[in-house]
Design a protein around this ligand. Structure first.
Ligand SMILES: Nc1nc2c(ncn2[C@@H]2O[C@H](COP(=O)(O)OP(=O)(O)OP(=O)(O)O)[C@@H](O)[C@H]2O)c(=O)[nH]1
Length: 207
């Protein structure tokens, strides 16, 4: 039975191979898939989480990073409530492409979309992008920032839970509800709880 208070669409974008699919699967299924192949077009997964007693259904769209799928993936930007732009902290080229991705976001996404920059693969020893460089880029472009490791499950749950929390705050600020006593601003401070998961899945390959 469908039983949730909020439904949010979260779309992941970024270069091929930065770990978008692994982040989604770590969060929705709690695993790090071995030999993950490149995403073809777009996949989606759903996970329902509990944020301070409210059920939030997250529809998470995992787009292909490869250039040849760009026209398909662009069509998913518009309905996104949050966009996660991922780079690989061990890949300078994936970081250098961020301005191109931002241009896509400006062009195709809703102006009010919540934008989050994620530096993934922090477990790797051959890091090329220091944390402060990512942080600085995020700040200059009005984005939230987080570093993650899908492999080590580091910050992955926190990433999605904070996004859910921020989107609830945004939604409530737009349509205040009487029992709401929080700050209607864009704080991402999360009263972090382990999600009680009604985990649905999976995969729709479009093409
Ligand atoms: N060390 C390490 N490797 C990772 C991590 N996340 C993903 N990878 C590896 O990076 C490669 C690409 O991961 P994917 O999740 O398929 O990357 P993607 O961004 O979805 O790629 P596309 O679907 O082509 O856009 C795989 O070999 C993963 O095992 C991580 O946190 N740490």
């Amino acid at each position: 039975m469908e039983d949730y208070r909020f439904l949010f669409k979260v779309v992941l974008v970024g270069n091929a191979g930065v770990g978008k699919t692994c982040l989604v699967r770590r969060f929705t299924q709690g695993l790090f898939p071995p030999g993950q192949g490149a995403t073809i077009g777009v996949d989606f997964m759903i996970k329902t989480v509990d944020i301070n007693g409210e059920k939030v259904k997250l529809q998470i769209w995992d787009t292909a990073g490869q250039e040849r799928f760009r026209s398909i993936t662009q069509s998913y930007y518009r309905s996104a409530h949050a966009l996660i732009l991922v780079y690989d902290v061990s890949s300078q080229p994936s970081f250098d492409c961020l301005p191109d991705w931002l241009r896509e976001i400006e062009e195709y996404a809703n102006a009010k979309v919540l934008r989050v920059l994620v530096g993934n693969k922090t477990d790797r020893e051959d890091r090329e992008i220091p944390t402060y460089v990512g942080e600085d880029f995020a700040q200059r472009n009005n984005m939230y920032f987080m570093e993650t490791s899908a492999k080590e499950a580091d910050n992955v749950e926190k990433l999605f839970m904070e996004i859910a929390h921020a989107l609830i705050e945004q939604a409530k600020a737009r349509e205040p509800v009487p029992e709401y006593k929080g700050n209607p601003g864009q704080s991402v401070t999360l009263n972090h709880r382990t999600p009680s998961t009604t985990s649905e899945s999976c995969c729709s390959r479009l093409l």
